[in-house]
Design a binder for this molecule. Structure first.
Ligand SMILES: C[S@@+](CC[C@H](N)C(=O)[O-])C[C@H]1O[C@@H](n2cnc3c(N)ncnc32)[C@H](O)[C@@H]1O
Length: 291
């Protein structure tokens, strides 16, 4: 069952997305009458006004954590709407950025919604993973700057949409694998690595966990590289691959120590049967004593 804050997030996200609906109505002169020229609706002005009004509405209606959830879901709905609008309306050299915005909004919103359904006990306003870490924010900002630089100096590069399509396929694969892992592990999946075993924590070895030991990390790794291919950012493609690889190498090493403590022999047998799924990462491997 989805938690109350999960439902609130659906309202927030749909409210943000609805700016597109208002834009369509305005485009068709539903509010302004048939005498007004279609070009009168400036999407940027509409977004500014709509963002201000919807934020006030969300602030007035919600309190505490519910407000934090609704405001972030609203933000992601607006990002998704802006991404779709840019994908449809903007010049060819801006379209990859519109696709990137959609990919980001889908990832972060579905992250929250998946936890709201699969493990509501652990749901917090941080479950959107928007403020994941300082490094994550720096990486995102760097990728926007790289996009702007190439766009300024070599705009034609951003119109090679075949490259972006390959990135979209990689993002779809990574996203499906990550969400597949959350929906398979259900309440065994927590965003924060557990240091103590809870009574209900069981070892998951079926579904996507029978393909890879760390399917959600494999998915996130390829998704993050995919986002930079979508944007046709050659420097960040390499930088993201190296930075995510290092991040997951350290994380997996630490997580496997905790999992070996929790599940002992069962986890060793699992390690023997199933690989990690990321290149050149071994995790924390225990060698059995020879009898
Ligand atoms: C962010 S989740 C990542 C799970 C896994 N590393 C993956 O990539 O799909 C981290 C939590 O999942 C738990 N976990 C990891 N692998 C597990 C498994 N095979 N069965 C049950 N729990 C697992 C860990 O104890 C940790 O608290």
């Amino acid at each position: 069952m989805i938690s109350k804050n999960g439902i609130v997030s659906v309202y927030g996200f749909l409210l943000g997305l609805s700016v597109l609906f208002v834009w369509l109505l305005l485009q068709n002169n539903v509010f302004l009458g048939t005498y007004v020229d279609r070009t009168v609706v400036n999407p940027l002005h509409l977004f500014i006004v709509y963002t201000a009004i919807s934020n006030v509405l969300v602030r007035v209606v919600n309190r505490g954590i519910t407000y934090k959830v609704c405001a972030q879901a609203l933000f992601l709905g607006l990002v998704m709407a802006a991404g779709l609008l840019i994908s449809i309306q903007a010049p060819a050299s801006w379209k990859p950025f519109g696709w990137y915005m959609c990919v980001m909004a889908i990832f972060h919103y579905s992250e929250f919604l998946s936890i709201a359904v699969c493990n509501p006990k652990t749901l917090t306003s941080s479950s959107f993973m928007l403020n994941h870490s300082v490094a994550y924010g720096v990486a995102a900002t760097t990728s926007w700057l790289e996009y702007l630089l190439w766009h300024y100096f070599l705009r034609d590069m951003k119109t090679i949409h075949a490259i972006s399509y390959c990135g979209l396929v990689l993002c779809a694969f990574g996203e499906a694998l990550r969400k597949g892992a959350i929906w398979t592990a259900r309440d065994n999946f927590t965003h924060l690595v557990q240091q103590e075993k809870t009574q209900t924590h069981t070892l998951v070895t079926h579904g996507v966990y029978s393909w890879f030991r760390h399917p959600s990390y494999v998915g996130w790794f390829y998704w993050s590289i995919g986002t930079q291919i979508v944007m046709i950012n050659p420097v960040c493609v390499v930088a993201y691959a190296l930075a995510s690889w290092k991040f997951f190498k350290d994380r997996i090493y630490y997580e496997e120590i905790t999992l070996l403590n929790f599940f002992g022999e069962d986890y060793i047998s699992y390690q023997e049967k199933v690989g990690i799924g990321l290149p050149f990462i071994r995790g924390f491997v225990v060698t059995r004593d020879k009898e």
